[in-house]
Design a protein around this ligand. Structure first.
Ligand code: MG
Length: 179
C-alpha cells in the first residue's frame, strides 16, 4: 500500500486551483518563486483555440508587474505557442516533450531560475505536474479550461488521470464523463 502511494505521488501537484486567476502570486513570491513555467492548452487558452480570455491577459500583466519571469512550455510546435507568448509578452519553449526533463531545463535557462525558484502551472498530471515534480519545482494543477481535446487525451490520458486524481484525493472536473 505504501509503495502504491509512492507511485502516484510523482504526479501530485503541490497545490490545486480552479483557474489561473485563483493562483495567489503574492504567496508564490513569499515562497521564493521568481519564475513560472506555463502550459498553454487548457491552462491559458481553451484547447486548440487562438483566443485568450481578457481576464487571463490582465492576470499576466499583474504577474509581469510583480517582477515574475514567465515562459510557456508546450508540447505543441511553433506558431500558436509563439502567438500566445507574444500576446502575453512572455517567453516560450515549444516541442517541449513534457514530462521529459529537457524542456524544463530549456525553460529554466530562459527564466534564469533554479528549480527551487520555479513554479509550474498546468492542467495535466502526466505531463505538466510529473515533469515539474521531477525537477523538484513547485507544481500547481488547474482545472482544464475546456473538455474538448485530442481523441487520445480524452479517451486514454484523461481516464488514467481520473484514476490518479482519485488516488491522490484531488477534485474531479466536470468535463470528464463517468464510464
Ligand atoms: Mg494542457
Amino acid at each position: 500500500m505504501a509503495e502504491e502511494k509512492h507511485f502516484w505521488q510523482r504526479f501530485a501537484p503541490k497545490q490545486y486551483e480552479k483557474t489561473l486567476m485563483d493562483v495567489d502570486l503574492q504567496f508564490l513570491q513569499e515562497q521564493g518563486i521568481r519564475g513560472i513555467i506555463f502550459d498553454l492548452d487548457n491552462t491559458i487558452t481553451p484547447w486548440n483555440e487562438p483566443h485568450i480570455p481578457q481576464e487571463v491577459i490582465n492576470w499576466f500583466t499583474a504577474l509581469r508587474k510583480m517582477g515574475f519571469h514567465a515562459c510557456l512550455l508546450s508540447n505543441n510546435g511553433g506558431e500558436r505557442v509563439q502567438k500566445a507568448a507574444d500576446l502575453l509578452q512572455i517567453e516560450f519553449v515549444c516541442n517541449a516533450r513534457k514530462p521529459f526533463k529537457k524542456g524544463y531545463a530549456r525553460a529554466m535557462e530562459v527564466l534564469q531560475t533554479k528549480p527551487n525558484e520555479t513554479a509550474v502551472i498546468g492542467d495535466q498530471l502526466f505531463t505538466d505536474m510529473w515533469g515539474g515534480n521531477r525537477w523538484g519545482m513547485y507544481t500547481i494543477l488547474l482545472e482544464p479550461m475546456a473538455p474538448k481535446e485530442y481523441w487520445f487525451t480524452t479517451n486514454f490520458s484523461r481516464r488514467l488521470e481520473k484514476v490518479a486524481k482519485r488516488k491522490l484525493g484531488l477534485p474531479l472536473e466536470k468535463g470528464i464523463k463517468e464510464r
